[in-house]
Design a protein around this ligand. Structure first.
Ligand SMILES: N[C@@H](CCC(=O)N[C@@H](CS)C(=O)NCC(=O)O)C(=O)O
Length: 220
């Protein structure tokens, strides 16, 4: 199997975290040169996005959530889903809140802040929306602990890229206070440091961010 992935892509990062945590032998590669315009890549994923997992029989699976669920179903030996319904509901709640109310509030802020003319009303509204999502997510987490239980789960696979991207926003928006009222979210980096799979993805994202800024500076 082969995964098309970009180091900084939060969606690709989810899948890589699942692959490392589950100790799967899957080749991880960058998408081919010119993939955004290529007809060949469009046939793998009509949305022209990464990640895409290519199965051994050539089947292409796009969408990070679908890929992670597939890996979990196909390779259950090291599980990322708890067995009991209530535990699983909590894991799904963390992934849903992280995706819908934090990630989806977070990403537009980068574009708003990067615009030539800053729309301060939209930026304020964007930060308010993000703050509501963070407050919600905070209620689901425990300071210094995995997102659910005592080991890595799908909830961590979702939380890791969200936490990384929050660091990026704090830096980009010069808002170091963003997580001051959310100790569990802020302190989630301690979990990342302790867990080999999460730590590996975090480092890959740091390297991806450095490469992104270098490419941006080179463009001028
Ligand atoms: N819903 C998709 C989102 C994937 C996505 O938006 N990927 C971004 C990278 S983070 C992408 O490929 N964007 C197209 C581009 O960079 O041209 C998923 O969960 O896999």
């Amino acid at each position: 199997m082969k995964l098309y992935s970009l180091p900084l892509s939060p969606y690709s990062a989810r899948v890589r975290a699942a692959i490392y945590a589950k100790q799967l032998d899957i080749e991880i590669v960058m998408p081919p040169e010119g993939w955004r315009q290529s007809e060949e890549f469009r046939q793998l994923n009509p949305a022209r996005r990464v990640p895409v997992l290519i199965l051994d029989d050539g089947t292409a699976l796009p969408e990070s959530g679908v890929i992670v669920e597939y890996l979990e179903d196909a390779f259950p030996a090291i599980p990322l889903r708890p067995r009991h319904a209530k535990d699983l509901a909590h894991v799904r709640l963390v992934t849903t809140v992280a995706e819908l109310y934090v990630m989806q509030a977070l990403m537009p802020l980068f574009f708003l802040l990067d615009a030539k003319t800053i729309d301060s009303t939209a930026v304020t509204a964007g930060f308010d929306k993000l703050d509501a999502g963070l407050a919600h997510l905070e209620t689901l987490l425990r300071p210094g602990a995995y997102a659910h239980g005592e080991r890595i789960s799908m909830a961590d696979v979702w939380l890791l890229p969200v936490r990384f991207t929050l660091d990026g926003l704090m830096e980009f928006a010069k808002r170091p206070d963003l997580l001051d009222r959310y100790p569990a979210i802020a302190g989630y980096t301690d979990v990342v440091k302790r867990d080999a799979a999460l730590g590996r993805v975090w480092q890959e994202m740091i390297d991806g961010l450095k490469a992104f800024y270098a490419a941006r500076a080179a463009k001028g």
